[in-house]
Design a binder for this molecule. Structure first.
Ligand SMILES: [Zn+2]
Length: 447
């Protein structure tokens, strides 16, 4: 017997899946656009978004006052702080209040909608104020389709028209967007096992062995642990597609995963605020930005554009399909590196990004021999720490130098690691500080 709530949920799933399929058709056509066609679409979509925001959002009416025909680059930057403080006047429908959305999220158990109409998610951020975002049905179709595009590009028709057994090792908190997307399209077409990435590795391995997924989706650090478990003979799965999301996918993790499963993982970049932003095509030549859905400006700390080939300090995103909570030049702390060239052998018109550094990770600053301060990006540490066998790690800068915290290290020589880190810093032109390596309980180090 089907419970009333399950019946309601599946009644909601069918129109959503059909709408996503229809929208996917449109997205596929855009893959064949020329670059000028893409840019013309972007300009038109931006104009429509701004007209909507100026008419319906009291906040944007004031925030962009006198700038309604100014170029995007002249508009003020919207921080998460401002967005959350002004939430009730940013929204374009009267009667949507942050306090009510927060109460709804706190009580959320499955796929119930806010006011029977809106999908809502909160960011998983560990620092600062959490962000809350809201979409109506039409917007949610585009959210789901944007994530689905990554599967489509990899050549997997996953989830919507063919039964593809999927395993997602991620957050299972229902207020997080990835769990929400999964819950809203969960159906007999999408048999999905969701495992919490916080579970112990032995349990995750056992459940994956029992499920035998054809498609595996996980954070990069989890892809690495699972690839190691596969190579060590404990994990025995044969996924046809492996997707790495939300974190830095280093060359070393990519190599391990390729050895473990016989094919290269696909890197996917998404965020709650924007949904899918970029994904790899089968060329694996970087990630194509979803420029038809989101305008992504790579900028320095002062919001000035950063040239291709260099890492920015953050990105400013404009979500072209956002209507309930319009996002125009919204600031996110991700550090991206644009590719020097646009063209990819696949022929898609979207620009490529060749590097990404995770959010909420600080770059560290060190003095040089000549006395000025130089920034060292987190990726430098990622490359080194990737080869360290530990369940997790964290690097903290203190007055005394660098503290390297390791959880469950195996065969790690602390003095050797300290000297490798010092050499890498010296190679980046800074004076290496003292480095101390020590073991901590797992919960203090990031995985
Ligand atoms: Zn391509």
């Amino acid at each position: 017997m089907v419970s009333p709530s399950a019946a309601t949920q599946s009644a909601r799933t069918v129109p959503l899946v059909l709408a996503v399929l229809g929208y996917r058709h449109r997205l596929r056509r855009r893959d064949r656009w020329s670059r000028p066609e893409l840019l013309a679409h972007q300009e038109r979509a931006l104009r429509q978004l701004r007209e909507h925001a100026y008419q319906k959002s009291r906040f944007y009416h004031d925030f962009h006052e006198g700038l309604s025909s100014a170029p995007l680059s002249a508009l003020p930057v919207l921080t998460k702080q401002t967005l959350m403080e002004s939430f009730d006047s940013v929204v374009t429908r009267p009667g949507l209040r942050l306090v009510d959305v927060e109460a709804y999220l706190a009580a959320l158990r499955g796929n119930e909608l806010f006011q029977n109409k809106y999908f809502a998610s909160a960011t998983a951020g560990t620092t600062g104020r959490r962000g809350v975002f809201l979409w109506n049905f039409r917007e949610w179709v585009q959210v789901v389709a944007s994530y689905n595009r990554a599967f489509d590009w990899a050549g997997s028709t996953a989830g919507l028209t063919h039964r593809v057994k999927t395993a997602v090792v991620s957050s299972t908190n229902p207020s997080h967007q990835s769990a929400r997307v999964g819950a809203s399209i969960h159906s007999r077409w999408v048999p999905t096992l969701r495992i919490d990435s916080g579970d112990d590795l032995g349990t995750i391995v056992t459940r994956l062995n029992a499920w035998q997924p054809q498609m595996l989706i996980a954070y990069a650090s989890m892809v690495r642990l699972l690839a190691e478990a596969q190579l060590g003979g404990r994990l025995m799965i044969m996924p046809r597609f492996v997707f790495s999301a939300s974190e830095v996918l280093t060359d070393s993790t990519r190599r391990l995963a390729t050895t473990a499963w016989g094919r290269s993982p696909y890197n996917v970049y998404g965020a709650t605020e924007t949904s899918g932003i970029a994904a790899e095509c089968s060329e694996h030549a970087g990630m194509h930005l979803f420029e038809d859905l989101v305008i992504t400006e790579v900028v320095d700390a002062d919001n000035r554009p950063v040239p291709p080939g260099e890492y920015g300090a953050k990105v400013l995103v404009t979500v072209l399909f956002s209507r309930t909570l319009p996002l125009i030049r919204y600031e996110m702390s991700d550090s991206l590196q644009g590719a020097a060239r646009h063209r990819c052998p696949c022929g898609r018109p979207y620009a490529l990004i060749t590097g990404i550094q995770g959010r909420e990770q600080e770059s560290l600053t060190f003095p040089t021999a000549s006395g000025h301060m130089e920034t060292v990006q987190p990726i430098v540490f990622h490359h080194l720490m990737d080869d360290v066998q530990a369940a997790g790690w964290q690097i903290q800068q203190t007055g005394a130098g660098l503290e390297v915290l390791l959880a469950q290290p195996q065969k790690v020589d602390p003095s050797r690691l300290a000297s490798d880190i010092r050499s890498a810093l010296a190679a980046h032109g800074v004076v290496p500080p003292p480095v101390h390596v020590r073991e901590v309980k797992a919960s203090r180090a990031r995985r």
